[in-house]
Structure formats: C-alpha cells, structure tokens
Design a protein around this ligand. Structure first.
Ligand code: NAD
Length: 489
C-alpha cells in the first residue's frame, strides 16, 4: 500500500480504482495526464518460480568473470536505450525528464559499483590455518531471489538489488511496482538483450497480490523489498517462521533536518527545499520534519518560503523544465490533502498551504506547516510535498525531536559547529547522517539503509553484496593429516 495517511485507517493495497480491472489484468496510468500507459497480464507466479529454479544452477556455475561481463553488456544496452527509458520513467511516474535521465545514469553506474562492491565485500580470502592448511572464505548465492520494486525510482531502486544479486549468481524474479510496469519491462529487456536469459532475470508484473504470492512461494530463497514500512512489515511477518529465507527490507522514513546557527541562509534554504520537495517529496530520504532553532526561525523560514514559492510544478516534458511533477496518483493526492487538513485542524499552522490546482490530476503544490503547537504529532511518513516545522530552543531538544520517530533512515544537520555535529552524529539514530548536505541523494559508494522501521539491518547501496551471497568457511588441506594428541589409552 502507499505511504500512510494521517487521520483515517489505511486503505487496502488494491484500493486504487481501475488498477486491478480483472483478476490478472494490470493497467498503469500517466500521473500527469491520467492517460493509460501500460496494459497487460499479471505474471503467473508458479511458472515464473519454476522457470527460475530450473535455470539457476547453470547461472550460478558460470565463472564470476562471465557474469560480470554480461552485466557490463547490460550497462551498454541501457546506454543505447537511455532516452527511451528516461522518457518511459518520466511518463509513467510523472517525474521531470531531467530527473528521469539522472535515474537512468544511476542504473548504468550501478554495474561498476556492484562489481567493485562484490570484490571488496565478498571476495574470496585464504587464511593460514593449523598444520599448514588453509581456511578459505568464499561466498555462495542464495538461489532464486524475488525483487519487489517501489514506484518512485522504478528502474534504479530495483536495479540496485538486481545487479548485485545477478553478479553473486542468483536468479532474479523482479516484480516492478504496479504503478510502473512499463519501466520495469523496459529495464528487463536490457538484461535480455545483453545475453542474460529471461529465465535468470524475469520481469513478473503484478500488484501487491502478485508480490505476496511470490513472497509466500515454496520455491524462492529470498526477498529483496523496497517500499513502505507497512508492506515491509507484512512481508517480515509472513516469513517470520522461515529463517531459511533471506529478507532485506528497505523502507520509508520520517526524516529530520535540524537547522542550527549558520550565516549562509540562502544555501541552507536550498538544502532544505531540495530535501523536502525533490521528486514531489516522493523520496524515502526526503526531509519530512524541519527542526529549527528559535533564534533562526524567522530568517530561515522566510528564505525557505520564498524559495518554495518559486518552485515550478509541472508535467514531465514541460519546457522550461519543472522542479517537480505530480504525486503518483489521485488516491495519493487525496491522502496527502487529508493529512494536511488533519495537521491544520489539530494545531498545525500553515506557512504555505497545500494546493491542488486540478481535482482530476494529482499535482500538489509544495506545502509547509508549523506543527510545534500540536499536542501529539503523528509519526507517519507522508510521502509527498509536505514539510512539517518544529521550533526548539536548545540543541538537546533538537536531538530529542529528531529521534522522536520509530523510523531511522536519514537525518541532516544544517549549520552548527563541528562539536554540535559530533553530538548530532553520536545521538541521532539513523542510517544516513549528513552535515550541511541534503537528506536525499545517497552516494553509490556508501551503504544505504536505515534502522527502526526503515530497514532490517541489511543496507543496500555499496553493501548490497553482503546480502546477495552467504559466506562459506572451508578448512582445506590437500591430504588428510591428523593425530589424536590427548586421551588415548
Ligand atoms: P509499496 O510498499 O506500496 O510497494 C513496494 C512493492 O511491494 C510494490 O512492488 C508492491 O506491489 C509490493 N507489495 C506491496 N504489498 C506487498 C505484500 N504484502 N507482499 C509483497 N509485495 C507487496 O511502496 P511504494 O508506494 O511503491 O513506494 C514508496 C515507499 O517506498 C515509501 O514508503 C518509501 O519511503 C519507500 N522507499 C524506500 C526506499 C529505501 O531505500 N529505503 C527507497 C525508495 C522508496
């Protein structure tokens, strides 16, 4: 299901009218126009798993160098199709074309990063052992891995699991987001054109029901999930009695940005606005809560508001290019609007209202609301362009507010001294902690994951290699050599 709505019970995963037309028919729509984008059948899960199981042993037995070479060919296929893939992503999820192009660049870059990461984190090692033997450490793939993708980065984020999983020797069944099957299918074709078979890297379109059927299938060995905490928890619960299944969960956040003393107000405002509103706030690492020092409040909020008012929200192909597009669908726009009204009617004070220019389309203006006076602030991820502001008087309170969440994905300190950053780093609980940098835009060269409701301690990014293979320790000697030294008659 989508990110939470404040003030009412969450709707069912299949609540989007018109999405699941017949049991297996799936349709995606362009958020910016409402036009139909893709129509097809949901995958047959039994068939997909059986095909993957049959093909996997031969793939796992290939030399690592062969798999790496095939992945490099995949990167070249994406390069050839870059314009088409970017346009498809932009149409299907509504993000501006410039941003979809950057997403495609990340897909390409992922291959070399994953090759480096495999070598660094899961390389074969040989250690000296007793009696001149050797203790070898090597890694084995798990087998058939299910990758469940989110809508907001429909190519890059699933790809960030798929590429390392394939390098490690797994077969992959990739279920793209139900809102982005066209992007998923196009990505899958690049793997196939590179010579990776459609049995080793299968695209299995479908909705949450298809995802759930894959997760519960006897023939799989692991699930790599990127999506909301609600659905990640459902998957975790489903597999609680299956310790033999690998489960990596990359989930959402209710991320904090703390603003402390800084003379650089314009830069600070740009960092805040990028963090809160890029991709219409539909990033897992987006800043949701702005925690501001009392004495900085008027100056920084003045700059942030002025900059936010200049942001252009428009269609993905508009010229000049917009800063941000619509949210993913009307149901998400409705939920965000309801949540904003809830905050307003429970003590929030609008600094900039959430405006929906056209009720028929999910374009929302970026909104800012001061929630300092709210008696109880709901700790939910509002996956859209809403920034909540909290005013504090001292640094301890700022840290306490930053930690006032069950999530733990990203947090940033803007301004402050090196000593204050040290305190922030030591005391704030999150997998990404930045200083004078946005909360968004994690580095390919670093691990990417969170604690609390944001993940299950299996970060992706540079550390994806860790969960794509398991280590095997082998004591080895060319000939048997042993004596029993003690306790013989
Ligand atoms: P979502 O949870 O609705 O869906 C993610 C995927 O899981 C989809 O493919 C969906 O069909 C599938 N799914 C849903 N319910 C399932 C179930 N019960 N069993 C199996 N599969 C199921 O997420 P979304 O709305 O597409 O993406 C937005 C969410 O993803 C936000 O919460 C965001 O913070 C999070 N996200 C996290 C990261 C990260 O790296 N931590 C990155 C991007 C997005």
């Amino acid at each position: 299901m989508d990110a939470a709505v404040i003030g009412k019970a969450p709707s069912t995963p299949l609540g989007e009218p018109g999405r699941a037309v017949r049991a297996r028919e799936l349709i995606s729509y362009e958020p910016a126009t409402g036009a139909e984008m893709w129509r097809g059948e949901a995958a047959d899960v039994d068939e997909a798993v059986e095909r993957a199981r049959r093909a996997w042993p031969a793939w796992a037995a290939q030399p690592l160098s062969t798999r790496m070479e095939l992945l490099r060919r995949f990167a070249n296929e994406v390069r050839k199709d870059a314009d088409k893939l970017a346009a498809t992503i932009a149409r299907e999820v509504g993000k501006p074309l410039w941003e979809a192009r950057a997403e495609v660049d990340s897909v390409i870059a992922k291959v070399e990063v994953s090759i480096r990461s495999y070598a660094e984190r899961t390389a074969q090692r040989k250690l000296d052992s007793a009696l001149q033997g050797v203790m070898a450490v090597r890694h084995k793939p798990h087998g058939v891995i299910v990758v469940l993708g989110p809508f907001n980065y429909p190519a890059h984020l699933p790809n960030a699991h798929i590429v390392p999983a394939l390098i490690a020797g797994n077969a992959v069944i990739f279920k793209p987001s139900e809102h982005a099957p066209a992007s998923g299918e196009m990505l899958a074709r690049c793997f196939h054109r590179a010579g990776i078979s459609a049995a080793i890297m299968q695209c299995a379109p479908g909705g949450p029901d298809t995802g759930a059927a894959l997760v519960g299938h006897e023939g799989i060995d692991g699930v790599l999930f990127t999506g909301s905490a609600t659905n990640g928890i459902a998957i975790n619960r489903r597999l609680a009695g299956r310790p033999d299944r690998l489960v990596a969960l990359e989930m959402g956040g209710n991320n904090a940005m703390v603003v402390w003393d800084t003379p650089k107000l314009t830069d600070a405002a740009a960092i805040i606005v990028q963090s809160a509103f890029a991709t219409a706030g539909q990033r897992c690492t987006a800043a949701r809560r702005l925690i501001v020092k009392d004495s900085m409040y008027d100056a920084i909020l003045g700059e942030v508001k002025a900059l936010t008012e200049r942001l252009v929200c428009g269609g993905p192909f508009d010229e000049p290019a917009p800063f941000m597009g619509p949210v993913i669908h009307n149901r998400a726009a409705d939920g965000l609007t309801e949540s904003f009204v809830y905050l307003l009617s429970n003590g929030g004070k609008a600094i900039k209202h959430l405006v929906r220019a056209d009720e028929a389309l999910p374009f929302l203006s970026p909104a800012i609301i001061d929630v300092t006076a709210m008696a109880q602030r709901p700790d939910v991820e509002l996956f859209g362009p809403i920034l909540q502001v909290i005013r504090v008087s001292d640094f301890d309170e700022a840290i306490a507010q930053a930690n006032a969440t069950r999530y733990g994905l990203a947090a940033s300190l803007v301004g402050g001294t090196p000593q204050e950053y040290n305190r922030f780093w030591a005391n704030v609980r999150a997998g990404i902690l930045n200083w004078n940098r946005p909360t968004i835009g994690p580095s390919h060269a670093a691990p990417m994951g969170g604690v609390g409701l944001s993940g299950n301690h299996r970060p992706t990014g540079f550390y994806a290699a860790d969960y794509c293979a398991y280590p095997v320790a082998s004591g080895e000697m060319e000939q048997p050599r042993a004596v029993i030294g003690v306790g013989l008659k």
